[in-house]
Design a protein around this ligand. Structure first.
Ligand code: ZN
Length: 243
């Protein structure tokens, strides 16, 4: 059971050392997927990962930084600096309660402000606090999807076909692979690069691929958290610094 469904006394009895924070987003996902897609996937992966690690799971955050999806109603974002501060505050509240390890999970692209946050927290608070991050860039699932994509693609569509099939409209799915490179999302909304808001090949999606991907991503994520926490834990003091 997800620990956020337990009572405080039950959580005290288990006394978990690790907390997992899944980060979702509310953003357009083409004509075939709901705006909750990233949140639904983050919640599902967070549940699987925290269970395998015996970790305290926070509910997936529904809103983060998706300004690059401007253009259609339904995408909601906050300032990157606000998000940095909000995550900082959340992690400090975990630290005060005795959590020594925090795993941030961002299962979709974007949220680039998380990387400097992780570095800042580790540099300031190690060895009392260690923060590790898992993203689709640090954990690569091979051999499940036929195509590479970035957004509302084969992978996200497959995962949603498994998690919330009622919300997926495969009859409206259209492939689109932009010619613009990904960093050009810094120069203009995603709709400048892809008219339907899709970046990849959702028509290749299936529920079976989604289930396999979720299982494999969770397994690799647990390995990556362990590797990262071990790396941080086993460092000796260097000069004046534990970082
Ligand atoms: Zn997404």
């Amino acid at each position: 059971m997800e620990m956020f469904k337990m009572t405080a006394d039950e959580i005290c009895a288990l006394d978990p050392e690790i907390a997992i924070i899944p980060i979702g987003s509310l953003e357009q996902h083409g004509s075939h997927l709901p705006i909750m897609t990233d949140w639904a996937i983050a919640a599902e992966l967070g549940k699987r990962i925290a269970e395998k690690m015996g970790a305290f799971l926070l509910p997936a955050l529904p809103i983060s930084t998706c300004r690059e999806h401007m253009g259609k109603k339904g995408s909601v974002w906050i300032e990157s600096t606000t998000f940095y501060q909000m995550m900082y505050d959340i992690i400090m509240s975990l630290k005060i309660q005795g959590f020594k390890k925090v795993g941030i999970l961002t299962s979709h692209g974007g949220n680039f402000i998380i990387t400097p946050l992780v570095r800042d927290l580790n540099a300031k608070f190690q060895p009392d606090l260690m923060v590790a991050i898992v993203t689709p860039d640090t954990v690569k699932v091979n051999g499940v999807m036929e195509t590479e994509g970035l957004h509302a693609d084969e992978s996200e569509t497959s995962q949603m076909l498994y998690i919330a099939p009622d919300t997926v409209h495969m009859d409206r799915a259209e492939d689109f692979v932009p010619s613009a490179p990904r960093p050009y999302l810094n120069y203009g909304s995603i709709f400048r690069a892809t008219p339907n808001g899709v970046w990849g090949c959702p028509t290749k999606a299936s529920k079976e691929k989604g289930e396999k991907f979720l299982e494999e991503f969770s397994r690799l994520a647990v390995e990556e958290y362990k590797r990262a926490f071990d790396y941080m834990e086993n460092k000796e003091k260097f000069g004046y610094s534990y970082f």
